[in-house]
Design a protein around this ligand. Structure first.
Ligand SMILES: C[S@@+](CC[C@H](N)C(=O)[O-])C[C@H]1O[C@@H](n2cnc3c(N)ncnc32)[C@H](O)[C@@H]1O
Length: 272
């Protein structure tokens, strides 16, 4: 396990994932019944953007730094959450975002396998269940949720060559156990071939009502570069395609540098 999210916090991929996560959590917490959020690749929860890791890569300068001055439009809800968490000094990870948006009736459950990051997360999230297990084993073991409603967030580091296949298999297992749960899974877009295969694997496993939100900073043809990323959502709340699309368009406008092939799409992977 070499991946440490502290090097990448607040980059364009985090902005995309977290802007859509904020929207998903807002929708899920509209109904008065409780929800559960299970974040199985949680990281350390929040990130110091003046720390040595963030300074070393500077990735957040091409991500959240380009958005923070915005005060209107589809990104404002996400940006208000990020600003309230202390940006630009501190950037909230998915656990901090979930903790900020959940109500007292809701439950947050976190999981992180890396020993040091798990210890940091546990210290920062007192009163929250923080597991240290393999993400896919954890997702299987902790679904269906007792509340019968909620969100599973899968955000693997893609360090292993077979991560797309493991992700599809993990999502299919949860689908079998908890058909109504919302699942959101982040993935990198370098070139399109593995993405097309991943979407096909989800269809082959029988998943229904799946939508992929995707953003590219440049044409995704170079398999050695992170050219874009996607968030595939199972059972997306109503309005995801339209409102998530507006979020992607706003991100694309601010985060792309006008390179050829930059863009975004909302793509239905499997029908309802
Ligand atoms: C992309 S980061 C997560 C970022 C976080 N979700 C956020 O948005 O703030 C992926 C995390 O997964 C952890 N990880 C890697 N392999 C894992 C596994 N098999 N099970 C659980 N966690 C794992 C890594 O240590 C890393 O902290």
């Amino acid at each position: 396990m070499n991946y440490r999210h502290a090097f990448h916090a607040g980059n364009f991929a985090d902005c995309m994932k977290h802007a859509l996560l904020v929207w998903l959590l807002r929708m899920l917490t509209r109904k008065p019944t409780p929800i559960r959020v299970l974040d199985v690749h949680a990281g350390i929860g929040a990130y110091d953007l003046s720390g040595p890791e963030a300074v070393r890569t500077g990735e957040w300068h091409e991500g959240i730094a380009r958005l923070l001055a915005l005060n209107s439009g589809p990104l404002v809800d996400y940006l208000d959450v990020v600003r309230a968490a202390g940006a630009p000094r501190c950037y909230p990870g998915s656990p901090a975002i979930a903790r900020a948006l959940l109500r007292p009736i809701d439950t947050l459950v976190l999981n992180e396998l890396h020993p040091e990051d798990h210890a940091t997360l546990k210290r920062a999230f007192k009163g929250v269940a923080v597991h240290q297990r393999d993400a896919y084993e954890c997702a299987r073991a902790l679904t269906p949720f007792p509340e019968r409603r909620g969100l599973l967030l899968l955000d693997p580091p893609f360090e292993q060559g077979d991560e797309f296949a493991r992700l599809a298999e993990g999502m299919a297992t949860v689908w079998q156990r908890a058909r109504g749960h919302v699942q959101a899974a982040w993935y990198p877009i370098k070139n399109m071939a593995p993405v097309i295969q991943f979407h096909q694997a989800l269809r082959d496993a029988g998943l229904r009502d799946v939508v992929a939100a995707e953003l590219w900073l440049r044409e995704p043809t170079d398999a050695t570069r992170l050219n874009g990323c996607g968030l595939v959502v199972v059972n997306p709340p109503w309005g995801f395609e339209a409102e998530g699309g507006a979020i992607l368009a706003a991100l694309s406008e601010r985060l792309s540098d006008g390179e050829a092939g930059a863009g975004w799409r909302m793509h239905r992977v499997a029908d309802e």
